[in-house]
Design a protein around this ligand. Structure first.
Ligand code: PGA
Length: 270
């Protein structure tokens, strides 16, 4: 596991975007796993900037981690009143780059048979050849995607009830400004499973800010546990990179080691 610590959110975002851009340049038909939330917005902004300078997304496919159950993209509503993750992706990335709409996948929160849809989603990932790089955040409760505490570490794409902390966090970040009451927020989501995420060839996890410091320390340096599903990064058999700002890294014990490894890798061009 590579842990890269950057001075602030902007530098964290630039670093994550550069990792993604390097893959897009070397494999123009790569499959990206994408994430929503406040954390990756800066990374998407940077990718949009790179696109304006020529980065070509026309051959790539994307699969998003999750979507709220019961809502779908509604372009008739203003952006701040459509809380679907499909809308988030459209506004924050897809409409600003040259990706083909048919190559983008977000679980359908309005699926009539959600469990069947989950199986279909898994099948589409397989048909695309698997995910080359999966971008991930971490929830305040330690979740990866919407794999809430207690989710099996080998779970697949499925419907998952949301944890109270997740509802509170997402209310503060997104729903409050739309005037939605907390009790009216979706209480379920469709989420890729931890087992699905662990099949990606490269997992890139981002976190910023002091409020993520404790949960990052538990996920990276604590015990592997389904109570902090992001700790499954310790189980990932492929390449793993964690990009943090200084504040999110502030409770890690092995910072000197991570910096040492980063220096070595730079020196030996690994
Ligand atoms: P955030 O959410 O980026 O809004 O903090 C992260 C997550 O829930 O994975």
């Amino acid at each position: 596991m590579d842990v890269i610590i950057r001075e602030n959110y902007e530098e964290m975002s630039r670093c994550a975007a550069e990792i993604i851009a390097e893959l897009v340049r070397s494999k123009p038909n790569c499959v990206l796993g994408l994430a929503t939330g406040s954390t990756p917005i800066g990374t998407y902004k940077e990718l949009i900037r790179m696109h304006k300078e020529g980065l070509d997304f026309s051959g790539i496919k994307t699969f998003n981690l999750d979507e709220y159950l019961g809502i779908g993209i509604d372009l008739k509503k203003p952006y701040d009143q459509d809380q679907s993750y499909a809308r988030f992706m459209h506004e924050e990335l897809f409409k600003n780059i040259n990706i083909k709409k048919e190559n983008t996948h977000v679980p359908d929160g309005l699926a009539k048979e959600p469990e069947k849809h989950c199986q279909w989603y898994e099948g589409e990932i397989k048909k695309a050849g698997g995910i080359d790089l999966q971008l991930l955040g971490i929830g305040g409760d330690g979740h990866w995607a919407f794999n809430e505490p207690g989710s099996s570490l080998s779970s697949r794409t499925r419907v998952e009830p949301l944890n109270k902390q997740t509802i509170d966090d997402n209310y503060e970040s997104f729903y409050k400004k739309a005037g939605v009451k907390k009790e009216e927020m979706p209480h379920f989501a469709i989420t890729m499973g931890i087992g699905t995420i662990l099949e990606s060839r490269h997992a890139v996890m981002l976190a910023n800010g002091k409020k993520k410091a404790e949960v990052i320390a538990r996920a990276l340096e604590g015990a592997l546990t389904c109570q902090i599903t992001a700790s499954a990064i310790q189980l990932h058999p492929g390449k793993t990179t964690v990009v943090l700002d200084k504040e999110a890294a502030s409770e890690l014990k092995n910072i000197e080691h991570y910096k040492h490894v980063e220096r070595l890798k730079e020196e030996y061009k690994l």
